[in-house]
Design a protein around this ligand. Structure first.
Ligand SMILES: *[C@@H]1O[C@H](CO)[C@@H](O)[C@H](O)[C@H]1NC(C)=O
Ligand SMILES: *[C@@H]1O[C@H](CO)[C@@H](O)[C@H](O)[C@H]1NC(C)=O
Ligand SMILES: *[C@@H]1O[C@H](CO)[C@@H](O)[C@H](O)[C@H]1NC(C)=O
Ligand SMILES: *[C@@H]1O[C@H](CO)[C@@H](O)[C@H](O)[C@H]1NC(C)=O
Ligand SMILES: *[C@@H]1O[C@H](CO)[C@@H](O)[C@H](O)[C@H]1NC(C)=O
Length: 648
């Protein structure tokens, strides 16, 4: 059933509701008629099968939320919390917390939105899967100079065969409250904490090193950081593609709490990276959606932020200021200043001839409510314009560039429009200037290929984005990190080596996690479809395109390998049938999100063929709200059966 694949709803993202087909309606309070209407509209929307119906219902639901937004904030939030508790399987504290943190911004923003127009349709399409995705508003990016033809001599350099190593860390998601022995299957979205544990009846006690339903314990981080020098004694530098705080999205405030988690994490990172007998390298971080408090809320310069003193934190000055402090030592003084001014995007030079541009990509994120404010901006905070200036400067100098960030532009949570404009920039400066892109966010090990002229062939592949594995095992992936071997002359990636620890074996670890190489790209993906002839040629975008061809041509070997590594060899990886496979391969070839295929074709009345998003897995939704016992019901049952068998 199609609806069963749709998981989170507007309300689940906003108010904490989760779709449920067994609505257990508690006794109504007769006076709350707005609430009743909203509740019944939600039900109607949930029950509408055809997309056109579901879209109309979604828009009318948004309209009701908008009407409600004109009530006082207190009423708006109280209604939200009541609906959340009435409809959902979400814990009461989580309902209250998420509404308290997310609803004030959403209430402000929805009042400006054209709900029946583009913004409403965009929200219903990109977050709620209920409308056809609105067409891109065409916009030609203008560049200071045309692409040089022929290219300057400096860009004709051949790979030298000499390499250096770069470390890629992503999605740290530390949970300072993690404690071994606590409940791993609790009723909150995130477990392994004393506060969420019934110590008289523990289903699965958390291990010392982590659990698949929990964020990262400090022990796991320490062991990883200690392990890194053993496999990378001479690291040139490291990147960290965002998301330091845990998935505690219902309790990120006061901001000091979230800031402390950043501060403590960066002290730990400085201790390891700045010491000559430990990691001993510079680290270049990027800002993830979880860095903000409340989660995802990155305002743009024109956002109408509430003026009250106690809401000033919504501007995120505190975040940019503290990141500038935390990143000191790795960046120059001038760069630190631009972090505060430019919402944490910056450019630096890790090596002569290579510029690293770290972008705040939260301005394309579909769960950043500020972006829906009418009129929507094409280039919030001027990040794209700034990027062009940086790239042009590098081209003028004959320099290479790496782009790093949290959310990949080809991810389904990045707006099609923004992603399209970003792609124009990549096309202008690739493959000569931009020689690598590195992201995180999905917790999976993935990649995207960018093409010239929308022509998805090896000849036209011009750029490659690596989506690095997460350190957090949340949810149901193994913890991992990555090393790249990079050509010292052209700064192209020559090999990508992924390390993991098999968390399902945590109980058998005596001296610590079994960190080991999971695979190297050269060994794993060398095939007759994407042959490698020597050991030092770069892994070009064309080669990676051919790897995706090998997944189509030889799925049982090549696709299955990718699918396994994508979840970092987690024993809990889901099945991927033929349809899923086609969609995943399509996603690889989507340097821009509009090219993705996780949509169901759906014919609207009048014969217009539209596409509706069909998630291959649960969308992550940026806000995980359902309790672990519900969310991981299958794994929970599996575990209980194992226990019972052992007892027998
Ligand atoms: C963008 O450029 C193309 C080709 O030069 C042109 O056909 C199109 O009209 C332009 N679009 C806009 C919105 O300016
Ligand atoms: C222990 O917890 C499980 C799962 O939450 C529950 O099914 C069981 O009834 C509880 N047992 C006791 C003795 O409370
Ligand atoms: C796409 O690229 C291929 C190979 O370079 C070329 O043969 C083909 O004509 C191109 N297709 C289009 C539509 O430009
Ligand atoms: C790639 O695989 C082929 C056999 O399929 C082998 O001959 C070749 O040496 C391999 N290349 C590398 C670089 O390992
Ligand atoms: C990709 O595959 C095409 C078609 O087999 C081949 O011509 C080309 O050399 C391959 N390129 C790389 C880099 O593997």
């Amino acid at each position: 059933m199609r609806l069963s694949t749709l998981f989170f709803t507007l309300i689940s993202c906003l108010f904490g509701l989760v779709k449920s087909f067994e609505f257990q309606i508690p006794i109504r309070q007769p006076e709350v008629t707005v609430e009743d209407e909203l509740y019944s509209a939600t039900q109607q929307w949930l029950q509408s099968e055809a997309q056109a119906m579901s879209c109309a219902k979604c828009i009318s639901l948004l309209q009701m939320v908008k009407n409600l937004a004109y009530m006082s904030e207190g009423m708006f939030m109280a209604t939200g919390v009541r609906i959340c508790r009435r409809l959902s399987q979400v814990d009461t504290d989580v309902c209250i917390g998420v509404v308290k943190e997310q609803a004030p911004v959403f209430r402000k923003v929805i009042k400006t939105m054209t709900v029946s127009g583009r913004e409403g349709h965009l929200l219903c399409a990109s977050v709620l899967n209920s409308c056809p995705y609105p067409d891109i508003e065409p916009h030609n990016i203008t560049f200071p100079k045309a692409k040089p033809d022929p290219l300057p001599e400096v860009y004709n350099k051949k790979a030298s065969g000499r390499t250096f190593s770069v470390l890629h860390l992503s999605d740290w998601h530390v949970d300072p409250e993690y404690e071994p022995g606590t409940e791993a299957f609790c009723s909150k979205p995130l477990c392994c904490r004393p506060a969420y544990t019934d110590f008289t009846n523990i289903t699965k006690p958390a291990s010392i090193w982590g659990e698949y339903s929990c964020d990262t314990p400090i022990t796991l981080l320490e062991s990883m950081l200690q392990f890194i020098p053993q496999v990378a004694p001479e690291l040139s530098f490291g990147i960290l593609t965002g998301d330091i705080p845990p998935h505690e999205v219902w309790a990120t405030l006061p901001v000091l709490k979230t800031q402390m988690i950043h501060d403590n994490s960066y002290s730990m990172l400085h201790r390891h990276f700045d010491s000559s007998d430990l990691v001993n390298a510079m680290l270049y971080p990027s800002v993830g959606n979880h860095e903000a408090a409340p989660t995802n809320m990155f305002p743009v310069k024109t956002s109408q932020i509430p003026i009250e003193e106690e809401r000033k934190y919504l501007r995120l000055h505190w975040l940019y200021h503290s990141l500038a402090q935390s990143w000191r030592g790795w960046l120059t003084h001038d760069t630190a200043l631009t972090i505060e001014e430019d919402s944490a995007s910056y450019a630096t030079r890790p090596r002569a001839g290579l510029k690293l541009i770290s972008l705040n990509t939260n301005f394309c994120y579909n769960m950043n409510w500020w972006l829906y404010e009418h009129p929507m901006e094409k280039d919030p905070n001027g990040v794209l314009e700034w990027l062009i200036t940086q790239l042009q400067d590098s081209e003028d100098r004959g320099e290479r560039v790496w782009i790093t960030g949290h959310i990949a532009p080809g991810d389904d949570s990045c707006f099609h429009d923004y992603s399209n404009y970003f792609h124009q920039i990549v096309e202008r400066y690739s493959p000569h200037v931009i020689t690598g892109q590195f992201y995180g966010h999905t917790h999976k090990d993935e990649y995207h290929v960018f093409y010239r002229d929308n022509n998805q062939t090896a000849e036209n592949a011009i750029s490659m984005a690596y989506v690095g594995p997460s350190i957090t095992p949340f949810d149901y992936v193994n913890p991992g990190f990555r090393l790249y071997h990079v050509d010292a002359e052209t700064f192209e990636v020559v090999d990508s080596i992924t390390f993991i620890a098999d968390l399902d074996q945590a109980d058998t670890w005596i001296t610590g996690p079994n960190w080991h190489v999971e695979y190297t790209a050269r060994d794993a993906y060398n095939s007759s479809f994407a042959p490698l002839h020597d050991t030092t040629s770069p892994l070009t975008p064309a080669w990676w395109h051919n790897v995706s061809v090998s997944m189509e041509e030889d799925p049982d070997v090549m696709f299955d390998k990718y699918w396994k590594y994508r979840a970092k060899s987690s024993p809990y990886v889901s099945e991927c049938d033929e349809e899923c496979r086609a969609s995943v391969i399509c996603g690889i070839r989507a340097g821009k999100s509009e090219q993705r295929c996780d949509y169901d074709p759906d014919v609207l009345p009048g014969g217009i063929n539209n596409k509706k998003r069909r998630p291959i897995e649960e969308p992550t939704c940026g806000l995980h709200l359902q309790g672990a016992t519900t969310r991981y019901a299958k794994q929970y049952e599996q575990y209980q059966e194992q226990q019972q068998q052992q007892e027998r």
